[in-house]
Design a protein around this ligand. Sequence first.
Ligand SMILES: [Zn+2]
Length: 387
Amino acid sequence: MEGTDRKAEGPPADDPRRIRRYWRLGLGLSIAALAASAAYVAAMAAGGCRALAARVEPWAGAGLAGRGVVLAIFFAGFAIVGGPFEFAAGWWRERRYGVGREGPLAWLWRRAKAGAIALALAVCFFEGIYGLAEWIGGWWWLGAAAVAVAIEIALGYVFPTGILPLFYRMTRLEDPALEAEFARLAGRAGFDVEGVYRMELSGQTSKATAFLAGLGRTRRVIVSDTLLEDFTPGEIKGVFAHEIGHHAGRHVAIHLALGAAATTAALGAAALAVAALSGPLGFRGPADVANAPVIVGAAGAMMLAASPLLALASRATERAADRYALEATGDSSSFVTLMEKLARRNLSLKNPGRLAKALLFDHPPVAERIEMARRLEDRARQEDPGP
Ligand SMILES: [Zn+2]
């Protein structure tokens, strides 16, 4: 796409003003997408979904099939309402700032696949909600919360083997020297990992990432090829030790429990909203598909309200994983260069304001992560001044 490249702002560089513009653009597009989705939900709640159900029910009935059709159309509407903003943020902004590498059709195809999976899950989950509402009435939200947690755990198991490969080519890392080093670090923590995998991300972006995925037997460390291509072995070891830190601190279980609490609160709020609005909006009880937008709106608002708390907990566990990595490797200089390189590649805001950090950051900002590495290094030097 020559035309796009000419308009691009040049290759990624460490200019804080440019990075702030990149963030501001992303935030503006996210707020616009959220506002458009909220307006769509409100319009569907105020009668749109009822009108849709009235058109579908004569030929598909008011049971499982009819509800499924209404739900599929309602959820597909989000792609139309929020899609343009998502494309602008996910494709155009990335190309403009020199990190995106793929064509628009490749981006759309990948997004469509993810959207189809999400749509199928949402329809099934809401069919489950209405089944529960017919069965246990007003207590449906408790049953639905249990189902949501079960789905999250099941997705945790299948994510690295069943879902990620649909989007990225994954290959097992074959690097004997690095693997031996990984095994040494893992052994210390009793960390039993199925393997370390290389995720092919370089065709889509120049950004780099690494994470721990899967549960039980499917658990693996996944490192993007963009990270492997120009990071030193010491830096990659730091990444791996950080992921072990998550395991050693039982962070997956902590975040599953917090997510479950937030989901239960969100579904409880949805049940209250449905009960309160049933009269004014004319729902035929909790099992009426016309109330789907109210459930989405109330649960979504609750999740949005909970997100700063979840981000706070996430920053705390990320900090703990960093501390673990620094102590396990004893190599703070590689940790610092790793952070610098990741920040440059990912256009990270190194030192955001307090409000931006509280609302948007699920990792501590890079400046804080580097500061902690330097602090721990100083302390280690004081405790052991050496020869
Ligand atoms: Zn982490």
